[in-house]
Design a protein around this ligand. Structure first.
Ligand SMILES: [Zn+2]
Length: 261
């Protein structure tokens, strides 16, 4: 596939790798962290299960764990905490019918700019596989905030697991190439809309704007921009205001009682 993407075989991926697959006839990509044992940790819209499972299928699954009951291989496939979009799926369910692509880290700016489509590489360096897997498994247990296709999506999740980097100002645009620029955002919206079914070649649309798109994408790549901070996974919830509201409710329950010493 040359410069456009880095397609790999199943035996080529290693634990800690950031992998992705194209969905719906190449119009968008879904990202995850391969953690070994044929399992992938990935971030999904909470009520829109990735793959071929409908909302009804989720409702029919175990209500406490959210485990869908349709995976033929692993009984624990699709595990996630309640109210969390971070899920553990087997490779087959993650990929659907798609191929595996490897998200590249530490590429040169020249290679980065040569990529036509967003979300296939970054100039940022990856941390060690052990740290990457630790972040992914921690977030599987603690969540990654609310899914937002433009500000907090599956690619942002994987990028964070690999680098520990977050955009300091999270009120702005996300760090990922899927929605990282003025050109990119409308393009991403266009490609994810039902109109894509009418377009014979979505790739052609991407190519037309590639020049401007890549330059603006480069300016927002987390390996280039200066307003990124390294955040330990244990501090993530505090830094982003994701502390669980249930903890506050517990506090309220005990605050009415006077402590007498
Ligand atoms: Zn599965």
């Amino acid at each position: 596939m040359g410069l456009l993407s880095h397609r790999v075989g199943r035996n080529e991926i290693k634990p800690g790798d950031h992998i992705y697959t194209w969905r719906t006839v190449f119009t968008y990509s879904h990202h995850g962290i391969f953690v070994g044992g044929s399992k992938v940790v990935h971030f999904t819209p909470e009520h829109n299960w990735i793959g071929n499972l409908s909302t009804e299928a989720m409702t029919n699954s175990n209500p406490t764990t959210g485990i869908p009951s349709t995976c033929p291989t692993f009984p624990d496939c699709g595990f996630r905490q309640l109210n969390s979009g971070v899920a553990l799926s087997c490779l087959d369910c993650f990929l659907g019918k798609g191929s595996i692509y490897l998200f590249e880290y530490g590429v040169t700016p020249q290679v980065f700019l040569a990529k036509v489509r967003g979300g296939t590489c970054t100039t940022a360096q990856s941390d060690s596989p052990e740290i990457v897997i630790h972040r992914a498994m921690h977030l599987l247990q603690n969540g990654f905030g609310n899914y937002d296709v433009f500000q907090n999506n599956c690619e942002d999740f994987a990028l964070y697991c690999k680098t520990g980097l977050l955009i300091a100002e999270r009120l702005g645009m996300g760090s990922s190439g899927q929605a990282s620029s003025v050109i990119g955002a409308p393009l991403a919206a266009l490609l994810s809309s039902p109109l894509k079914l009418l377009m014979p070649s979505p790739v052609g649309v991407a190519t037309v704007t590639a020049g401007v798109y890549c330059m603006s994408r480069y300016a927002t790549d987390i390996g280039v921009r200066s307003d990124v901070v390294k955040v330990a996974v244990e501090d993530l919830a505090v830094n982003l205001g994701w502390s669980r509201s249930t903890e506050e409710e517990v506090d309220e329950g005990t605050s009415d009682e006077q402590m007498v010493i």
